[in-house]
Design a protein around this ligand. Structure first.
Ligand code: MG
Length: 252
């Protein structure tokens, strides 16, 4: 069932969204070469808790950390580890959820660490831009497929692979609600967008090929080709005045 939120619910979701967005970017600003992804997760965890929220991902389906941290050829759901050290030239995708006042915010960003390649820079730029191509279509009267198609068309125009095995989703009192929000599809198809719907749009884009595989840990998703992958996500509200980004950070 697709839920439509009231104005007061949207205000609560903005509160959750700010904590998620600020925790994400506080984490991004804290990245240092030589740091482990375990340390980075701890910084993000502490930020969320300090601001009175609960990390949405911690324990979700058994996930053992507060942030998913996925470096280079990892697409999503990377498990932070003391053994995984961030290096100069890495691209680090961080996905964060915060729960407060009965609602979740869910957001992701891929950070460039130090001297990254030109290819990596372009992948990050295009994937981030594709998120906004999708957000532009998130208006009442459009359909989910309009968002999906806009993301896909933009990324495919650069020759990138759009991950199809994982998709965006509704967000609200549950972290994952209906509808699914794929990063591929036909314009004019899928559920109709109504004012008050809240969805996470989250392009997961591979430099080469759309195929992915999952590590034996049951979580970490990698590109099958071994290429880099980027992930950007916002939770947005569909309103009569246009899309509102609920996870827009206030600290950057
Ligand atoms: Mg999400």
């Amino acid at each position: 069932m697709i839920t439509v939120k009231s104005k007061s619910e949207l205000e609560k979701m903005r509160t959750a969204g700010i904590i998620a967005g600020d925790a994400l970017h506080f984490g991004g600003q804290s990245i240092k070469v030589g740091m482990s992804t375990y340390e980075l997760d701890k910084i993000i965890h502490d930020y969320i808790v300090k601001h009175g929220a609960i990390p949405s991902f911690l324990g979700y389906g058994g996930f053992p950390a507060s942030a998913c941290i996925s470096i280079n050829n990892k697409v999503i759901h990377g498990i932070p580890s003391k053994k995984e050290i961030i290096k100069d030239g890495d691209i680090v995708s961080i996905d964060v959820g915060a729960f407060i006042g009965g609602y979740h915010g869910d957001t992701a960003y891929t950070f460039a660490v130090g001297n990254v390649s030109e290819d990596a820079k372009q992948l990050l730029k295009v994937t981030n831009e594709s998120l906004y191509k999708g957000i532009e279509k998130a208006v009442p009267g459009n359909r989910i497929g309009d968002i999906s198609h806009a993301v896909e068309e933009y990324c495919v125009s650069y020759g990138y692979g759009v991950v199809k095995n994982y998709v965006g989703h509704g967000v609200g009192s549950k972290l994952h609600e209906s509808p699914e929000v794929p990063n591929f599809g036909k314009a004019g198809h899928g559920p109709r967008l109504l004012a008050g719907m809240t969805i996470a749009i989250e392009p997961m884009i591979n430099a080469v090929g759309e195929d992915v595989k999952v590590l034996p840990d049951g979580w970490t998703v990698l590109t099958k080709s071994g290429s880099l992958s980027a992930h950007f996500e916002h939770t947005i509200a569909i309103t009569p005045d246009g899309p509102v980004i609920l996870t827009k950070p206030t600290i950057v």
